[in-house]
Design a protein around this ligand. Sequence first.
Ligand code: RIB
Ligand code: CA
Length: 314
Amino acid sequence: MAAARKIIIDTDPGQDDAVAILLALASPDEIEVLGITAVAGNVPLNLTATNARIVCELAGRTDVKVFAGADRPLVRALRTAEHVHGDTGLNGPALPSPTMPLQDRHAVDFIVDTLRHEPVGTVTLCALGPLTNLALALEQAPDIAPRIDHVVLMGGAYFEVGNITPAAEFNIYVDPEAARAVFACGAPITVMPLDVTHKALTTEPRVTAFRDMGTPVGRAVAEWTDFFERFDKEKYATPGAPLHDPCVIAWLIRPDLFSGRFVNVEIECDSDLTRGMTVADWWGVTDRTPNATFIGDLDADGFFDLLTTRIARL
Ligand code: RIB
Ligand code: CA
């Protein structure tokens, strides 16, 4: 067995972020979570920093270090998504407030320090929300860019178009300038856009598999899903909602479940109409240099089998 991959999860929990964190914590053979860094996104920073700790405590992992990061995008006003995730961001089950402490160090300093102290090419950054913390880390310490093993992020859309505007996916839309900096940093990047996450739908049998686990974690996942899927099921008239962020962690464990293309991806930052659009040169019609593996498809049954099997461990 290869050594576990060292990761930092940068996140804006969000029910789907929560499931991604649980999947990572349930997979110690493959993944070592060095820390979790919270960013403003789905809900404001005070809530995302709280929610990250709620999830760790639900998993029985009060040892995990949770750091608070940026409370707003690099240059724009914060846009949140309570209309999807509820007023706390983890609406659904009633879970206790966390007792584990928030780390004193700023999330950006933790990202920089970790990349500088761990051996080169051994740390993967898993971004599940707006990319503000990663961009600030790259701005503060450009020397970390070549030290990053991989950036795996949930964000963007091409064939699936946008979910917060007709052109843009939420994570990129909230902080397009941050996304532009990350996509230009030179590290290997794998993107989980709506093109693939919209194929990871929480159908009733898949949610029942969580509910039938009979565990507090399984029940929480089912009740989170019951809450957040209402919005997407009505909007898209689909039998379930897309489970976006766990795709990032699942790719680390079973990359064979996913397929995509190494293409150039640029971020629109200037137009009000298309701000936050991920312009993926899927058909190679420009001479722009490819900079990201843009995932377009997954084995959805295999993904949910993995998710269910691992979550049942907690
Ligand atoms: O557009 C979906 C993304 O925005 C997910 O990461 C969800 O948690 C929200 O952050
Ligand atoms: Ca998220």
